[in-house]
Ligand binder design. Sequence first.
Ligand code: FE2
Length: 199
Amino acid sequence: MTYELPALPYDYTALDPYISKQTLEFHHDKHHAAYVKKYNAAIADTEYADQPIEAVIKAVAGDASKSGIFNNAAQAWNHTFYWNSMKPNGGGQPSGDLAQKINANFGSFEQFIEAFQTAGATQFGSGWAWLVLDGTTLKVTKTLNAENPMTQGLTPLLTMDVWEHAYYLDYQNQRPAYIETFLNNLVNWDFVAQNLASA
Ligand code: FE2
């Protein structure tokens, strides 16, 4: 199915000063839009043209001859998930079932933060850091380039883009500062809780 570029779930200035209007304009209107456009062109007149994007991502993962479809499909999906993983006045700590599960699976919220920071900081080159559900257990993972944990049977709950285009205009090469800001000021825990509840 044709994948439509979703509008940002907030205004372009809504994440300022943590993520600037300029970054969101380039990141959403140029990068994300290009992945969506290339994905739709790649699946036109193929067996994938009628399938939901998640099905396409899982179907072509690992098939080198279909890497063009995979990379653009996964990047289209990942970015939509990333926009929803943030909100104005985000950050802080989750509550309820999610908070309990983080404590149970990581030991404490602080240990989750440490694991997520490490995943983002140690992803060499471009990629993503994730909070996922593996069966009934929360885990932190990281993926290279466009890769998405759903291809490994994991359920994404939260993601952070660590491609340079996500932070370079605002943080230059200071990826750890972007990661700290993402966790302290931007994470949309309501979105994560919804994903956990519907998993
Ligand atoms: Fe990105």
